[in-house]
Design a protein around this ligand. Structure first.
Ligand SMILES: Nc1ccn([C@H]2C[C@H](O)[C@@H](COP(=O)(O)O)O2)c(=O)n1
Ligand SMILES: [Zn+2]
Length: 159
């Protein structure tokens, strides 16, 4: 008889997004994203980090203060990185698994690339204008967004 305790597709892809958060240097929120084709092939992954050439030792990670000296002007979001990391041509109709609900800027890229669905884990900034605007655009554009349903399984990796 086959093994019974295998994880479903959603858990598998959200697991990849979660693992990707471990590459982030952001001391505030580490975010991961995993883009998946309609036939369940991983197309790309990403996490939030500074753009190429912008050293994550030199650029700020602060949340507050002079905007020039906070991370927000510089950090590239996980979803955008995942989109930009994809070099193929088959992203239309794909799904993106994200550990945090996309902001308005990433949402624009998601819509323009023809990504059909967002599966998100956390929505802790749901009350912010960025996320409200994001949901408004997603609804207008017909992009589905679904909260991830946890399967209640803890997986430990010994790396
Ligand atoms: N959907 C999102 C939302 C935010 N990010 C990034 C941007 C920052 O690096 C971090 C949020 O930091 P916080 O304000 O919580 O300290 O997450 C992203 O990649 N994707
Ligand atoms: Zn974003």
């Amino acid at each position: 008889m086959k093994k019974q305790d295998y994880i479903n597709w959603d858990a598998y892809f959200m697991g990849i997004a979660l693992l990707s958060t471990n590459r982030s240097k952001d001391p505030g929120t580490s975010v991961g994203a995993c883009i998946v084709s309609q036939d369940n092939k991983i197309l790309s992954v990403g996490y939030n980090g500074m753009p190429y050439g912008c050293s994550d030792d030199e650029y700020p990670w602060e949340r507050e203060g002079d905007p020039f000296d906070t991370k927000y002007f510089y950090v590239c979001h996980a979803e955008l990185n995942a989109i930009l990391n994809y070099t193929g041509t088959d992203i239309k109709g794909s799904k993106v698994y994200v550990t945090l609900f996309p902001c308005n800027e990433c949402t624009k890229a998601i819509i323009q690339k023809g990504i059909a669905e967002i599966i998100y884990m956390d929505d802790k900034y749901a009350h912010t204008p960025a996320v409200l605007a994001s949901k408004r655009m997603l609804t207008s554009a017909g992009v589905k967004f679904t909260k991830y349903t946890p399967i209640g399984k803890d997986i430990t990796l010994s790396l």
